[in-house]
Design a protein around this ligand. Structure first.
Ligand SMILES: [Ca+2]
Ligand SMILES: [Ca+2]
Length: 466
């Protein structure tokens, strides 16, 4: 029974992890203080690096190790502040009211605040699992809600924001007494900590990531401090103003939603100028990220790199076949002679094919270069939808061919593939293809050229370069 429960938990954990859009990290080798580095990252990328977990830490570690320098990331320890950030909620000096116990806060890595029986406050590691006290602005008679379920500070904050208003803020002594009143007497003999909304570390991009990777004895600065990663991968806190020897790490989301209305063609150009390309949704994993990003769109659909061309069918601007698909029912079937563009519904993330080249939509760019062998690079993407009227611009065409072979022929042998190519080339020349046109096989995402259809049939795609 226990085993079954653990398995279920693990699975749900993985699902939530993979739905967050991955980040690319960039080490910038310029010496700047933390604030200057933050400004640079926001201008050139997304923000100073936020690190969510060990997987991301490993990515960062390899980059920083390679660079051999100390580098700022986005984590900053500022003054203590409340989770409920609305300034109007606090009267004069009320946001600064404190009721620390003797000897508290005693700092180090203790960055979240709790209340104990008796109403005094302590600072402690945010990763502790504790019961907590929510504030409910809609309930004037019982605004403070004690939740006995034990959670980390960030999970408690999420819970309170979903079910009530936020984690409890304490604005004055009267409120402190009121909140103290909801803590049960049993906490007197068995001291239990109750999270309130007090915290002091923030990420530059506003993330609530509680992941930390402090080196031995760190953090050990007093007051305000910023976080550096050493070449070993260990984190340390340091004076935010120093810029001697400190480089920095920016991040960029792999998928970027551009909230500007453009035609498909303009969107493609924009992505290629500012990022890498329009996104190709070649797997369920990428689809999840696209759905996530599309939710933030201001148009009902967003453009992605999906198009349909005469003789080719549906394909991605990355040059890949549409093997994974997420069509709205009936939208996949398009006459084989039609030029169409695919888009993704902002709400449900499903694909549609009834938009035209004059429609203006938000769109999603990818910042990741296509690395695998055989995929088309930026310049060689077939874009016949736009260029078909001007034959000079049609440089490449993708054609799917079906070949019947005897079962003893090894279709994965390069010599055999070359022989097929020569035969096809000859036939095409016979039927009018220019003599200087080149033919090459296209490698599929799985690294192979041919996909076996039946025992005796082989299917593949070749690229005709005209
Ligand atoms: Ca403490
Ligand atoms: Ca330090």
């Amino acid at each position: 029974m226990t085993l079954l429960l653990l398995t279920t938990l693990l699975v749900s954990g993985l699902v939530s992890l993979s739905s967050s859009v991955p980040r690319q990290f960039h080490v910038v080798k310029e010496q700047k203080n933390w604030t200057e580095a933050q400004q640079y990252c926001r201008e050139e990328f997304t923000d100073l690096a936020t690190i969510d977990d060990m997987t991301e830490m490993e990515k960062v570690k390899s980059k920083i190790h390679e660079a051999g320098v100390n580098a700022w990331i986005g984590l900053k320890r500022g003054d203590w502040q409340w989770s409920l950030a609305d300034r109007d909620f606090y009267g004069e000096n009320e946001a600064e009211f404190r009721n620390w116990d003797t000897g508290q806060p005693n700092g180090g890595g203790e960055e979240c605040g709790f209340m104990r029986f008796g109403g005094k406050w302590h600072d402690v590691w945010c990763s502790y699992s504790c019961p907590f006290i929510c504030y409910d602005g809609g309930d004037s008679t019982h605004p403070y809600v004690l939740v006995t379920e034990e959670k980390t500070w960030a999970d408690a904050q999420r819970y309170c924001r979903e079910k009530h208003t936020d984690l409890a803020s304490v604005r004055n002594q009267a409120e402190n007494d009121q909140i103290k009143g909801v803590i049960p007497y049993s906490s007197h003999v068995n001291p239990v900590l109750y999270w309130i909304g007090l915290f002091r570390y923030t990420w530059s991009d506003g993330s609530s990531s509680t992941f930390r990777h402090w080196g031995a004895g760190e953090p050990n600065n007093l007051g305000v401090a910023c976080t550096e990663i050493e070449p070993s991968g260990q984190w340390k806190d340091a004076d935010c103003q120093h810029n001697d020897g400190s480089h920095f790490i920016c991040y960029e989301d792999e998928l970027v939603l551009v909230r500007e209305n453009k035609t498909w063609r303009e969107a493609l150009q924009y992505c290629r100028e500012h990022h890498v390309d329009l996104v190709s949704v070649t797997s369920e994993r990428v689809q999840r990220w696209v759905s996530e990003r599309a939710k933030g769109a201001s148009t009902a659909h967003v453009w992605v790199g999906l198009l349909h061309s005469y003789g080719v069918g549906w394909y991605w601007v990355s040059g890949q076949n549409v093997s994974y698909s997420n069509w709205t029912q009936g939208h996949e079937q398009v006459g084989s002679d039609q030029h169409r563009l695919g888009a993704v519904e902002s709400g449900r993330g499903q694909w549609v094919s009834d938009l035209t080249k004059t429609d203006q939509l938000n769109f999603i760019c990818t910042t990741e270069e296509y690395k695998s062998n055989g995929q088309l690079n930026n310049e060689s993407v077939p874009c016949t939808e736009m260029t078909v009227s001007d034959s000079k611009e049609v440089k490449r065409q993708i054609v799917r061919v079906e070949i019947k072979v005897a079962s003893h022929v090894n279709i994965h042998d390069p010599a055999v593939q070359q022989a097929f190519l020569q035969q096809i080339q000859q036939r095409l020349r016979d039927s009018g293809m220019p003599a200087d046109a080149k033919l090459t096989w296209m490698t599929q995402p799985d690294g192979k050229i041919f996909k076996e259809k039946e025992e005796k049939k082989e299917e593949g795609r070749k690229r005709t370069e005209l």
